[in-house]
Design a protein around this ligand. Structure first.
Ligand code: DC
Length: 219
């Protein structure tokens, strides 16, 4: 079975997807980490974010790997570990920018399809139910109010000691939402057959229980 979890930043996708993978003993694939890896390389190599041709080539030539278990997923690009370095607000914005480049999406989507080919996978992202696995058995679109998402993201960033201000976190989330939803190639969009869950007023446990019930129905 393939479980696709899509939605905007801060909706709780990672927590939910990881928990599902752990409980079902499925492979967990964080596709956002792959766009973040490309963004990391672009910034490290000091490539202009406008240089879409070069960034497209870079995505095609780079070897991105997700290794390890659900709880200790490590991210590599060309054998260089970048697990922690890709979790900064700067990389979040850059990932959103490079992910709008069609050539980048083509390369990463092909890799994601290959990674999920064997099934029993929980894959999270923005276009899993619409583009990567349009025939996934379970499609969930996780959403939450901008307020709730900004609060969550701010708390996460504060814990890592890299929060700016609540206002800045909220503005960053909003600009990413706008860009991810308005790009021409595979925008963030709920698949027609996806189940919409607003996580603003539920605990993570309630959301997970809800999805597990959907999964067992399908199984
Ligand atoms: O899920 P995340 O915040 O780590 O994703 C970072 C960016 O990558 C996000 O702003 C948009 C892009 N992304 C995408 O376009 N498609 C995906 N399947 C996953 C992420």
């Amino acid at each position: 079975m393939i479980i696709a979890i899509d939605g905007p930043a801060g909706a709780g996708k990672s927590t939910v997807a990881k928990s599902l993978a752990r409980r079902l003993n499925y492979l967990y694939i964080d596709t956002g980490a792959m766009y973040r890896a490309v963004a990391w390389k672009v910034l490290t190599d000091e490539i202009e974010l406008e240089d879409t041709t070069r960034i497209g080539l870079l995505a095609a030539e780079s070897h991105i790997e997700l290794q390890g278990s659900v709880d200790e997923m490590r991210v590599f690009i060309d054998d260089r570990e970048i697990t922690n370095e890709i979790r900064t607000p700067q990389i979040s914005q850059a990932a959103s920018i490079v992910s709008a480049i069609p050539a980048v999406r083509r390369s990463l989507v092909a890799q994601q399809q290959e990674m999920g080919r064997m099934g029993n996978v929980v894959m999270e992202g923005r276009d899993i139910g619409t583009v990567v696995f349009p025939r996934a058995e379970v499609k969930i679109f996780l959403d939450a109010s901008t307020e709730a998402r900004a609060h969550r993201r701010f708390a996460e960033e504060a814990q890592k000691g890299m929060a700016a201000s609540m206002q800045e976190t909220r503005a960053a989330i909003e600009s990413r939402d706008d860009r991810d939803s308005s790009r021409a190639d595979s925008p963030l969009l709920q698949a027609e057959d996806a189940i919409y869950i607003d996580t603003s007023n539920f605990t993570i446990e309630e959301v997970i229980a809800n999805i597990l019930a959907i999964v067992s129905q399908k199984a």
